[in-house]
Design a protein around this ligand. Structure first.
Ligand code: ADP
Length: 262
């Protein structure tokens, strides 16, 4: 705990005395530190692909251009790194909008099964190419939710995309919705790598990645889950995860049902 002490002397002429004010500034110190860390992280994350692009461009100019095979390989890497840089910038923008409350949400009565169908349709091809089965389960008659369908599909897409990334061929991803008390529980379960217990509590943090090297190779930014959490919470919902290494992970989004007259 950090306390800030202020000493105020009573104005001369009046009652003689000293006033001591103590204020707990632990929280603001923590926020300040988080901000500093975030800026350092962002800088590092943006620097890394940029350094790589510059390095390969220099190598090309220094002679590698004369070897078509090598040159082609380098240009491919440069393209991949610039795409990664682009994705980072887009996600950073999303994150800053969502954190400052400037993210435009257009909420309306939404059918959960449609969110599931839209997400599954987006990833059918990708799952097939990765050799994983993508199945959906959504019973009829689920309550409506008051949500922004595009944003919610963005959340589910992030979860399914991760599930595909971290599930080896032959695995299975289940995208399901069911009633949960007064709300709706949407789950993305995979039979993939799983997440160690020690990391589970941190994966929703910005830039947190369990395996940095592997995540970079698959093009991850480490921002997806942080953005997803914000969007879900802006809907009055919660997001959580259960996982077992080697068996798979289940991400769960619980959203309150639409209430009131419609
Ligand atoms: P990334 O862009 O790196 O995927 P996310 O914020 O989406 O960033 O995820 C954070 C980290 O959580 C990932 O780097 C990965 O280590 C872990 N993770 C997320 N989803 C899964 C999953 N389905 N299976 C295993 N690990 C996962």
């Amino acid at each position: 705990q950090i306390l800030e002490a202020r000493l105020a002397l009573a104005p001369s002429g009046g009652e003689r005395g000293v006033l001591v004010m103590l204020r707990d500034i632990t929280r603001s110190r923590q926020l300040e530190q988080m901000r500093t860390e975030f800026v350092a992280n962002v800088t590092h994350e943006l620097r890394t692909p940029l350094t790589s692009i510059q390095g390969f461009a220099e190598t090309l100019l220094e002679g590698a251009l004369d070897e078509p095979e090598t040159a082609r390989h380098f240009v491919e890497i440069m393209l991949r790194e610039s795409r990664h840089l682009g994705a980072l910038i887009d996600e950073l923008l999303d994150l800053s909008r969502v954190e400052s409350g400037k993210f435009r949400m257009q909420r309306r009565p939404t059918v959960p099964a449609e969110l599931i169908a839209a997400t599954a349709a987006r990833f059918a091809q990708k799952a097939e190419r990765a050799g994983v089965q993508l199945v959906t389960e959504a019973p009829d008659g689920l309550p409506l939710i008051n949500g922004d369908p595009d944003r919610l599909v963005q959340v589910l897409s992030n979860l399914v995309e991760n599930a595909i990334k971290y599930t080896p061929a032959g695995g299975r991803i289940t995208l399901s919705a069911r009633r949960d008390g007064d709300g709706v529980r949407i789950a993305v379960a995979d039979t993939g790598a799983g997440i160690p217990q020690a990391d589970l509590g941190r994966i929703f943090e910005r830039f947190y990645r369990v395996d940095k090297a592997r995540s970079r190779a698959t093009g991850g930014t480490g921002l997806g889950l942080a953005i997803a959490k914000h969007i879900v919470e802006a809907h009055g919902g919660t997001i959580g995860v259960e996982s077992e290494v080697g068996k798979g992970s289940t991400f769960t989004v619980i959203l309150p049902a639409l209430t009131g007259p419609e």
